[in-house]
Each structure stands twice: as C-alpha cells, then as structure tokens.
Design a protein around this ligand. Structure first.
Ligand code: UZR
Ligand code: MG
Length: 224
C-alpha cells in the first residue's frame, strides 16, 4: 500500500500553463506520480440539456463538486484507490465511466481553483500559483478552443469577457495569497528545474525513510 508522501497543488488562470508545469516537474519521476485535474470534478449536469449546459459559469467555484474532490483526496491520502470521475468538454458533462486511480508517492492537483478550498489547501504540501499575463492567456485560449477544439471564435471571445475574465479576477487571482510559490510565466525553466529537483528529492527521501524503517524493524525482530 502506498501512502502519498508529497501532494502538490497547481493553480492559475486558464491558459497560464498549469498542465505544462505539472508535466515538466514530474517528467523524470517516473510512474509514481498521479495527476488529478480538478476539471474532472465539474458537477454532473445530466439533468440539464445542451443549451442549458452551455450557459453554466464554469469559472465559478459552484461549478465544482468540492465534497467529492475532498473525499477522494482523503481516500488517496489513506492509501486507498478511488473511482475518479471523467469530464467531457465537448458535451459539458461528466462521462458515465470513471477511472480507477491508485495512490502514488506524488500527487498533483491541477486546476484554476486548486488553491480555493480551505480543506483541500490543508492537504497540500506545496502550493504553486502559475502567473501569466492575461493577454498571453487569452491568446492560448483562442489557440486551444477556437483553433484546436474548433469552437466558434466569437463564442470564445464572448465567454472570455462574460465569465473567464471576471471570475479570474474575483476567485482565481485572490487564491495567489495561499501559494507557497508564485511561478512567473508557465514554463519558466529555472523554476521548473528547481521544482523538479524538489519532487525528486521528496520521492527519494521517502524511499530512504521507508527503507530505514524496514531495516530497524528487521533488527528489532532479529534481536527478539
Ligand atoms: P483550463 N470549461 C469549458 O469551456 N467548458 C466546460 O464544460 C467546462 C469548463 C472551461 C472553463 C475554464 N470555462 O475557463 C476552463 N469557461 O475550462 C478551465 N468558460 O480549464 O484551466 O484547462 O483552462
Ligand atoms: Mg490545462
């Protein structure tokens, strides 16, 4: 059974580069890392039709099922596997199938509001906020939604002005004060390298501790 030893939260606005930072700092840690996108905890909206689901404010904290996220994180922290929900952006709804997630040494919780919930914050060992200028973020958002995901450009602009920007200012940006570290501009290579070393050290440090604990136990048993 693995009890996670290092839980990292990565917050920041849409298009800030959270996913990239999460990937880069754990690239060389191998298989002992679990990434939890908070997007997977968007509420189930099966009771709404497509037109209603398009109207939902997905940048507001009330769009997420915080209780479920807290519950599943707690389970993982105690060494138990969870059935994590999956989210489908195309239809703005939770998928019917879930994904089994096993606890691993390192867990990364990533999302616009990763540093929003007080109970979740308390479970994090390292709180990161990725800070990227709003103009860069909207350009990336256009690239991703209008070019890569084929959404209508006017729709992306309208959504940005009506919800993404105001919610960023009201709810996301203020979570910066909960951060241990603020990373300027997503893939800042100095910050990423330092963090990568930190994650590596945590994983190895924990292995050393486990090994020492086992060795001490063996010695005690041999003496008895
Ligand atoms: P990231 N989002 C959608 O566009 N559709 C959904 O069904 C659910 C979420 C967007 C959301 C937010 N909001 O800005 C973004 N809008 O996904 C968060 N509008 O994801 O951090 O990867 O950009
Ligand atoms: Mg992302």
């Amino acid at each position: 059974m693995t009890i996670p030893s290092f839980v990292i939260g990565i917050a920041g606005g849409s298009g800030a580069g959270k996913t990239t930072v999460a990937r880069l700092i754990t690239e060389n840690v191998g298989e002992s890392v679990t990434r939890i996108p908070i997007d997977n905890y968007y509420k189930d909206q099966s009771h709404l039709d497509m037109a209603e689901r398009e109207q939902v404010n997905y940048d507001h904290p009330s769009a997420f099922e915080w209780d479920l996220l807290y519950e599943q994180l707690s389970e993982l922290m105690e060494g138990r596997a969870v059935e994590m929900p999956q989210y489908d952006f195309e239809i703005h709804n939770r998928k019917s199938e879930r994904e089994t997630v096993e606890p691993t040494d390192v867990i990364i919780l990533e999302g616009i509001l990763a540093l929003y919930d007080e109970d979740v914050n308390e479970m994090l060992d390292l709180r990161l906020y990725v800070e990227t200028d709003a103009d860069v973020r909207i350009l990336r958002r256009i690239q991703r939604d209008a070019i890569d995901r084929g959404r209508d450009l006017q729709g992306v602009i309208d959504q940005y002005l009506s919800t993404v920007k105001p919610m960023h200012e009201q709810f996301i940006e203020p979570t910066k004060k909960h951060a241990d570290l603020i990373i300027p501009e997503g893939a800042n290579s100095v910050a990423v390298t330092l963090l990568e070393e930190k994650v590596q050290a945590e994983v190895e440090g924990d292995e050393t501790r486990t090994w020492e604990r086992d060795a001490i136990e063996r010695e005690v048993q041999e003496r008895a």
